[in-house]
Ligand binder design. Structure first.
Ligand SMILES: NC(=O)C1=CN([C@@H]2O[C@H](COP(=O)(O)OP(=O)(O)OC[C@H]3O[C@@H](n4cnc5c(N)ncnc54)[C@H](O)[C@@H]3O)[C@@H](O)[C@H]2O)C=CC1
Ligand SMILES: CC(=O)C(C)=O
Length: 289
């Protein structure tokens, strides 16, 4: 049994009472970094901004970017303890790092985030649009207009606000990477508004990639399947948390550390002819070509 199968079996059903959830309060903690990963200086000298970088997938990406030589700014909503833990780890790895509380739903706060990062770090090369929320609801008719507004404002409007603010600071060779979801491709009967935002992210990624290709700025997405992050106990019932990922071909959930290398690849010189695409990290949940 490998370490990913082992932790999968250790996770019992539990919930958290607030979204965004807390990584510090998860038991067991997700695998945010993989000691078997071999860094190769692939992002030396780069400056990255990762929204939702305090926890889960974003935290794992932040750690790997630091290991690959980047300086890393993380945006987060209100999980200050997780943000402090992540900044501490990034600094231990030798990166310049800073965390910024902001609200993706607010265009002015998105603009201020980017402007503060550029001022504090002296530029920007990589934008990872990763922050997001979901509100599971079995009955489509019970989804309120307020929920639809919140899901779209956070997941796709905020992504567009951050991208608009960032693009004037990006140059040839720089990259934008958006976190989508398997739900954009296979749908989800109880995450209808969420899945619709993730489908919008796929179309946004393809369209912005075409728009920015003449400037040699690449735009791609990563579409995770079931990953063990604070989002899961913060939004799903305990029995779903316990069984998360069992429906995949690999019959287990993924860990944040299993997502992060794709974000390195898409940000690095190893992917110079790839734009407008999605990398699917889902244990065979949705089998893409
Ligand atoms: N965990 C999973 O199974 C999957 C997650 N994803 C996506 O991965 C991304 C990261 O989520 P996870 O790492 O799973 O969970 P997470 O809970 O660790 O990350 C969500 C992040 O979004 C940020 N956020 C939420 N609302 C915000 C707001 N109004 N303003 C600013 N930031 C806000 C939070 O600060 C948090 O860091 C999300 O876009 C999620 O939809 C996609 C597919 C599967
Ligand atoms: C949250 C999400 O996208 C999944 C696949 O669980």
């Amino acid at each position: 049994m490998d370490k990913f199968e082992k932790i999968d079996q250790e996770i019992k059903g539990y919930t958290q009472d607030k979204q965004p959830g807390s990584e510090r309060d998860m038991n067991p903690r997700p695998i945010a970094e993989d000691d078997d990963y071999k860094a190769g200086g692939k992002l030396t000298g780069k400056i990255a901004l990762i929204t939702g970088g305090d926890s889960g997938i974003g935290r794992a990406v932040a750690i790997l970017y630091a290991k690959e030589g980047a300086d890393v700014a993380i945006g987060y909503y209100d999980e200050t303890a997780d943000a402090e833990d992540t900044v501490k780890r990034l600094e231990e790895l030798g990166a310049k790092a800073k965390a910024y509380a902001f609200d993706l739903k607010d265009v002015e706060q998105c603009r201020k985030l980017v402007s503060d990062v550029v001022t504090d770090f002296g530029g920007l090369n990589i934008v990872v649009n990763n922050g997001g929320v979901q509100f599971p609801q079995e009955d489509f008719l019970a989804i309120t207009p307020e929920q639809i507004q919140t899901t779209f404002s956070t997941n796709i409007f905020g992504m567009m606000y951050v991208s608009q603010a960032a693009i004037p600071h990006l140059s040839a060779g720089d990259t934008i990477i958006n976190t989508s979801s398997v739900t954009a491709y296979r749908g989800s009967e109880s995450l209808i508004d969420y899945s619709a935002t993730k489908g919008a992210i796929t179309a946004f990624t393809r369209s912005l990639a075409q728009n920015l290709a003449p400037k040699k700025i690449r735009v791609n997405s990563v579409a995770p399947g079931p990953i063990y992050t604070p989002l899961i106990p913060a939004t799903f019932p305990a029995e779903k948390v316990e069984k998360h990922g069992q429906e995949t071909a690999m019959e287990r959930r993924g860990q944040p550390s299993e997502n992060a290398p794709a974000y390195v690849f898409l940000a690095s010189q190893d992917s110079t002819y790839i734009t407008g695409q999605a990398i699917h990290i889902n244990g065979g949940d949705y089998l893409s070509s």
